[in-house]
Structures are given as C-alpha cells and as structure tokens.
Design a protein around this ligand. Structure first.
Ligand code: AMP
Ligand code: GLY
Length: 433
C-alpha cells in the first residue's frame, strides 16, 4: 500500500509515525518532509499547495491513500481535485472546509442551526464594526474570518484594543486578504477543549479530547500561537460531557453541512469553551490539530489507518471504534526565538542521543531541516516532545525534562503544559473508552 501525507510539520510527522505502526509494510511518502521524517517516509519534491502536481504524481505512482494535514490545501480544493480523479483522499471538499476557512460561514451555520457558540456579527466595513464594538456591553474577541495560522484572534480586555484590531484587520495590514472580513464576538470564559471527530459526514468516531495551550507565555500570557503544548486526558471531559458534545455540537454540525450540500468527510476538529452554561464552540477546523495530534496518537492502541481508509473510500464509520491505552500524554513544543512573530532560521539543534532510547518518549519534528548532515531550525515551531506517563503530572514532568535537554539558540518553551490538570489534582486520569 502506498500512502502520501500532504504537509511537513509536527502533526504530519506524528501521522507518519502512527501509520508506520498501523501498516509496517506500507510505502510512505511526504511532501518535502523535514529533518525528522526521512526514516519513516520518502520525501517528494512537491509543495503541499501544488495540488495538480500532487494529483499527477499520486496517479502516476498508484498511491492508494492521501492524507491531508494542513488546512491550506483543503481550502484550495485538494479534496475535490483528488476525488474527481478517483484518488482516495482523507480530507473534506473545499465547500466543507469552509467550516474552518471562513469563520463568517462557520458562525452563520451555527446560528442557523442552534449550535451553541458566542454571539457575533460579521463585518466587511470599518464604520459598522466600530459602531458595534462601541455599543457592545460585553467583552469582545476580534477575528480575521479567513485562514491565519491560529494567530487571527485577538482576545480583548478593552474596547480600544478591539477597535485597533478591527482597523488593522479590515485595512489588510494584519492578515492580508484573510482579514477583509472580520468576526466580532462575545468573549467567553472557561477552559478550552479540542475534540476530534473522525467522520464520514454522518457517523463519527470521537477520539479522546485534549487541551491545547495557545498562548506563547506560561500561565496563558502573551499572544496566541499555533499551540505550544497539549495533553490528554482532560478530566473535565467526562463521558456525560462528551455525549453532550456529540449530541449538541458534532452531530448537528454534520447534519447542517449535509443539508447545505457540504457533506464533511475527514477530521472535524471542534475547539470548545467549557462555559458555565455548557460547552460552546470557539472554532471549527477541518483537519487534525497541531500539536494535539502529537499528544493523541501515542495514546491510540488501535488502528487509525483503518477508519481513515474507510472515510477516504467513501465508506461508513457506523459502529467504528479505536482502542485507547491507559495513562496520559503530554506534548511540549520547542519554538524559535521571536515566534509567533518573525524568527530566524538555520540555528543548530542539539538532541542528546539517549532520548531516542526511551520507549515512552516521542520527538516529532516540525520546523527542522538537515543541512550538510546537521539538524537546524527552519520554522516557528521546531519540535514537539511527547511523553507518556501514568498520569498528566508524570507525563508533563517527563516531557518538560526531555524538552529542556534539547537546545538551540533562542529556544522558547513553556514549562507548564498540563498545569490546569495538575492543579485539579486529578492527573491520575485514565482514558476509558
Ligand atoms: P480561533 O482563531 O477562533 O481559534 O481562536 C484562537 C484562540 O482565541 C482560542 O483558542 C481561544 O483561546 C481564543 N478565543 C477565540 N474566540 C474566543 C471567545 N469567543 N472567547 C474567548 N476566547 C476566545
Ligand atoms: N492547536 C490548534 C490548531 O491546530 O488549530
């Protein structure tokens, strides 16, 4: 079996690692690859965004399955293009991917279908946005409607901040075309939860939920990033809560997408806020989360490939399940100096050799590259260090200790991944599904 992974970050490295376990005999390929993927997959010299070239290559090679990591190619129509050429692909069509690529679309869909989320308005013109912000009697979040690599939301403490954000986005200064339309919404309070539903568009296999750490700084300070760490299990996500999430959020969202001729096959990621009045949607994504995937996949005992193949082949996931191992996983991200702003590249990375000997430790490469035999930084998020343990506290200590031993100039990391769970004192958590 030949499998192509589109993308080349930490999420894709983790997917390759899991596919190698699920299908030891498979031939794996990745677009470009990074400094850590060479032992798992053959790199191909085509960018994730070059859809025509990828489809041509996949046809020529007789690729049996293509799994799309990032949202960019999905928004550009890779799902449609591959399907039209009868190439099995895991990833939604372009219209279904709007659930992520247009926050205005996602909010409208939720509003029309009574799916719990923050009150909002969408704007293309500054004067109207300014009026709404001035008149609002609650705290606000201002978001670019389009894709902005997880950095397009400004959580505002004051109206002035919201006005500045709206001006910068609508003028095109902040996020270019992605900010031409903005969503201004009510600021919600509560803990966040990332829920992954692997879905055929109707039935879904809900994977163990995780908590991401979006802010760059410890104690949830500083600007938002793509994610600086993640952990599971989250003890707040009780079986009752997850039933409610499936009934009130995942199922009605999938039904609404079907009704609007945008059936969603792939991985629906629901980013939730657990508010006092129950779970509410912060955002949807049309793909696996990063770095959540790097924490989640080592916790899966059962095959991930099987349900992915079923969905890509147009089959049904009714009754599907995946075995989960007991214990916890914590991922610490190492990022470049300056991230989430601009950052240097080419800094040499030192990884102690013994880290590779620990069977409960996984190093997933993101922004790394090999230059003349040396491993160097090549992106904002550089490495994800996942550790397993009997509980979140133990896994967090291991992940942090290993991450601290990996060095490069200007390295940033958070040493408090999983802190909420540890504070709850319930880090014993086993995931029983
Ligand atoms: P988004 O780009 O929609 O994923 O938002 C990025 C992050 O901003 C989320 O993970 C939250 O931490 C925060 N955020 C977004 N919307 C809200 C909201 N309505 N209330 C509070 N925080 C939010
Ligand atoms: N970790 C957040 C995301 O993947 O969007």
């Amino acid at each position: 079996m030949k499998i192509l992974i589109v993308g080349n970050g930490g999420r894709e490295h983790a997917l390759l690692w899991k596919l190698r376990r699920d299908a030891p005999e498979a031939e794996l390929f990745i677009t470009r690859g990074n400094g850590g993927t060479a032992e798992l997959a053959t790199p191909i010299p085509i960018d994730p965004g070059e859809i025509q070239a990828l489809a041509g290559w996949a046809e020529h090679q007789g690729v049996d399955l293509t799994i799309v990591g990032p949202e960019g190619p999905l928004d550009a129509g890779i799902g449609d293009h591959f399907s039209a050429r009868r190439l099995p692909v895991f990833g939604p069509t372009r219209t279904a991917a709007r659930i992520e690529s247009s926050k205005a679309f996602a909010k409208g869909l939720m509003e029309r279908n009574g799916i719990p989320t923050a009150a909002y308005r969408a704007f293309r013109e500054l004067p109207e946005a300014e009026r709404y912000i001035r008149d609002a009697n609650h705290a606000l979040v201002v978001k670019a409607s389009g894709l902005a690599a997880g950095k397009g939301a400004v959580v505002c403490d004051a109206k002035e901040e919201a006005l500045v954000a709206a001006r910068e986005m609508l003028s095109g200064d902040a996020f270019g075309g992605a900010g031409r339309e903005i969503v201004v919404e009510e600021r919600m309070e509560g803990e966040e939860l990332s829920v992954f539903a692997l879905t055929d568009g109707e039935h879904s296999l809900i994977l163990p939920p995780l908590q991401d750490h979006k802010r760059i700084g410890e104690g949830e300070t500083g600007p938002n990033t793509g994610g600086m760490g993640a952990y599971a299990p989250v003890s707040l996500a009780t079986p009752e809560l997850m039933e409610r999430v499936e009934r009130d959020i995942v199922s009605p969202t999938l039904a609404a997408l079907r009704e609007e001729n945008s059936r969603f096959r792939g991985l629906l990621y629901a980013g939730l806020m657990l508010t006092e009045s129950g779970p509410r949607v912060v955002e949807f994504n049309c793909r696996f989360g990063d770095p959540e995937t790097q924490a989640l996949l080592p916790l899966l005992d059962g095959s991930l490939l099987e349900p992915i193949r079923t969905v890509a082949a147009g089959g049904s996931l009714q009754g599907a399940s995946v075995a989960i191992r007991p214990g916890a996983a914590v991922t610490t991200v190492l990022a470049s100096e300056g991230y989430p702003g601009s950052y240097p590249k080419g800094r040499e990375i030192e990884i102690p050799g013994d880290l590779a000997d620990d069977p409960e430790l996984f190093l997933f490469h993101a922004g790394t590259a090999l230059r003349e035999g040396r491993l160097v930084t090549s992106g904002g998020r550089v490495l994800a260090v996942t550790a397993l343990g009997r509980d979140v506290r133990t896994a967090a200590e291991r992940s942090r200790a290993a991450a601290e031993r990996i060095t490069f100039e200007g390295r940033q990391l958070r040493r408090d991944i999983g802190w909420r769970e540890v504070e709850r004192g319930e880090g014993r958590g086993t995931v029983d599904e």
